[in-house]
Design a protein around this ligand. Structure first.
Ligand code: ATP
Ligand code: MN
Length: 428
């Protein structure tokens, strides 16, 4: 079967009038008018009007929407309002017929609810709104890789099947690994720290797994995180890197995703940097003025962040968290050892990233593990590496799905993940 095309539809233009082309794609609409028939044909780059004449007409019987066809014809001027040119064809090859009824209307004339769309995700991607989200996501990933590469970060891949619970035991998915017990990684934390010994600056973009039964628009059981770790950087240095990564994502997609913005009806604006930096203490004071009484050491709950987010609707950092609220690997401050060299990046109420300076002294790390009720024996492999010349280092983890939801102004992360996993959803 010959199915090769000469052109993407989106690459055709009026200068090609008179030229013979072969295009292929999915039928969005068919109108038969006796001596001719009109097809609306879409490929990943665009949509074209096809005028079928002569022999091709007899083949339209049984042809339906979302069937895959190849059309050979010549480009000609069009009288249609929506098209400057069209393709006149006497030869159509039917490559695959769609089976109707389809579970959702992918053209979006009939709105389908999110569950029906997720159940038919591959077909949902024929909806240009959905496709635009994932084209944007591609450009976001590209921009992040570009920014980090330009700043001497090396992309790495660390294991997702791990033999011991890396950051304490809670929220880990466990699995049988032949005759052993294994877990799915919650983050690359320990690996990326170790890698600063050999590679200094590393980043990883990967899926992580958390067994949290959260039913929110911002939690999934499998999510994508962008992680960095850098030797000889303090927490303020990696905050600068995070600001640059985020600002560049907005700048790059604003410039390179014009069509996607139009289809999604959004206008991407580069946020101004530096982002506001609020200390945890300042946040507690601010919330106090809003009638929310918190003590130093209290965690900021969803309801507190909602209030805070009303005052700070865009990007801002919350820095210098109490040590007691942070994981064992976080470094204390020099002037007040009850506070940490740490930060969260927020967008309004939504946490996008957590990071900080890490302990690099193995003695301190061991005693912090014990303080937090963790068993140093569980961390022998990790602790060993700290005796091999561990540099001072800092890093962060940025939730890519949450960043996508901010960029697209779509609240539910399920919309910006192809096949989301949550406590209820395990397929397709
Ligand atoms: P939250 O308090 O919102 O549950 P967290 O503090 O537990 O997040 P971290 O361990 O700090 O999350 O992970 C770093 C980043 O990864 C978070 O700031 C967030 O953007 C993203 N992230 C964490 N858990 C999830 C999840 N279940 N679904 C989607 N993104 C997540
Ligand atoms: Mn966090």
């Amino acid at each position: 079967m010959d199915f090769k095309r000469t052109h993407y539809i989106g690459h055709l233009d009026s200068s090609m009038i008179g030229k013979q082309v072969v295009v292929g794609g999915w039928i969005e609409d068919i109108r038969e008018l006796g001596k001719l028939a009109f097809l609306t044909l879409r490929d990943v780059t665009g949509v074209a009007q096809i005028v079928l004449v002569g022999e091709a007409l007899s083949q339209t019987k049984g042809l339906n929407r979302q069937s895959v066809v190849r059309v050979t014809g010549s480009v000609q001027e069009s009288k249609a309002r929506d098209f400057a040119f069209e393709i006149k064809s006497e030869k159509i090859d039917i490559l695959t017929l769609a089976v109707h009824p389809l579970p959702i209307d992918p053209i979006g004339r009939l709105e389908s609810n999110i569950d029906n769309r997720l159940n038919a995700r591959a077909l949902d991607l024929r909806n240009q709104k959905t496709a635009s989200i994932f084209k944007l996501r591609h450009h976001v990933l590209y921009s992040i890789r570009k920014t980090l590469t330009e700043n001497n970060f090396i992309e790495v891949n660390t294991p997702k099947i791990i033999g011991s619970a890396s950051e304490g035991g809670a929220n880990l998915f466990s699995l049988k690994y032949f005759d052993k017990q294994a877990y799915l990684a919650q983050s690359p934390q320990l690996y990326k720290e170790q890698l600063t010994i050999g590679l200094e600056r590393v980043f990883e973009i990967a899926s992580y797994y958390r067994a949290e039964k959260s039913h929110t628009v911002r939690h999934l059981t499998e999510f994508t995180s962008v992680d960095i770790e850098a030797a000889f950087m303090d927490y303020t240095d990696v905050m600068d890197v995070l600001e640059l990564v985020v600002a560049n994502v907005f700048e790059y997609t604003k410039k390179n995703c014009v069509t996607e913005q139009k289809i999604l009806d959004i206008e991407i604006k580069k946020p101004s940097v530096p982002f506001e930096r609020l200390t945890y203490k300042k946040v507690i004071e601010e919330l106090g003025r809003d009638g929310i009484k918190l003590e130093i050491g209290d965690d900021l709950l969803d309801s507190h962040l909602r209030t805070l987010g009303e005052r700070h609707p865009s990007f801002y950092f919350i820095i210098d968290w109490p040590m007691m609220l942070k994981p064992f690997y976080i470094h204390e401050k020099d002037d007040d050892t009850t506070l940490s060299r740490s930060f969260d990046l927020q967008y309004g109420y939504l946490e996008l990233s957590s990071g900080g300076a890490r302990l690099h002294d193995p003695k301190k790390l061991r005693s912090r593990l014990e303080d937090q009720g963790l068993d140093p024996a569980q961390f022998v492999d990790h602790l060993r590496s700290f005796d091999w010349g561990m540099p001072p280092h800092s890093g962060w983890g940025l939730g890519l799905d949450r960043l996508m939801s901010v960029l697209t102004k779509i609240d539910n992360v399920r919309e910006v993940v192809l096949y989301p996993r949550d406590p209820e959803r395990l397929s397709p």
